[in-house]
Design a protein around this ligand. Sequence first.
Ligand code: NAD
Length: 340
Amino acid sequence: MIKVAVNGYGTIGKRVASAILAQPDMTLVGVSKTSPNYEAYQAQRMGINLYVTKESLKEFEEAGIKVKGVLEDMIREADVVVDATPNGVGAQYKQVYTSMGKRALFQGGEKANVADVSFSALCNYDEAVDKKYVRVVSCNTTGLLRTLCTLNRVSKITRVRGTIVRRGADPKEVKKGPINSLVPDPASIPSHHAKDVNTVLKDLDIVTMAVVAPTTLMHVHLLDVTVSSPVTREDVLSVISSTPRILLVSGKSKVSSTAEIVEVARDMGRPRNDLYELVVFEDSVSVKGNEIFLMYAVHQESIVVPENVDAIRAVSGFADGRKSIEMTNASMGIGKGYLV
Ligand code: NAD
């Protein structure tokens, strides 16, 4: 059993913790919190061991939340630490993980140089095997890489041009916007997403542009992908529909928006309405000679969760990427084919 600790129990950390609890080959040592907020109460209710920083021990005691120990106690117990602290905080923790001789995963909000390798399970699982530090790329980059490494199986990709419509905030974030605007983010081109894709697919010719939109549900990507030989729409749909972690949604099902996709996740009884799979709008998939066009939606809060689970196995020396992906998918109910 791989003993895993989660440092930072927010949007990503709590989902990764739940996923670890579902794995047959992992145990959750505990999670860390810095303040006794609703997430800490919820973790306590779920029977998850809570560890806190020394400075916040008193605050937790006053809030009546039982803690198992301090952060260093949790790290000491673990084989692997999943760092899910806010952007840039993970890099500050790296020296703690190093000094305690622990393998660690970082999230996409950290700079790529925090880790030995940037990771996307369908693209480069093998490169992460036995590495000490791995960075699971961001939600948008995970969406791009999952799509590109799948389309590359139809015909070798030579060029990608993409537009990203980013959600303005996660549903719980009350202080972020925009509320009534579309904002180029960044205004300059390319956006950082292309550079981030290049941390995994190093020589790919890719340019991305991004706009942030007043929505909290999902991101949407619009891609124009050039491949090395002419392909058919059927070739593209056949590869997409047979790849786990990618779902298709057809206009016939009357699901034509991110709102309806999330509603289906609710109807499916998915924990926290999560959709770990990328959702491709089938009607958008079209082909012109060597060019493939498509639009798909990315559930930002959960798409990186299965990637974290696979990265835990990889850094622990589990060399069979295909098997790891299968185990993760089976334990989390992750599918392929059609959403409905
Ligand atoms: P979040 O703010 O929801 O959660 C971060 C958690 O870390 C909070 O519980 C916070 O209390 C805790 N924390 C803050 N400082 C800490 C410290 N010094 N020590 C321990 N814990 C501390 O953030 P998030 O959205 O979960 O993002 C975490 C990482 O995941 C970031 O790198 C982010 O870029 C990345 N990510 C986020 C999303 C998303 O959509 N939310 C998607 C993919 C990747």
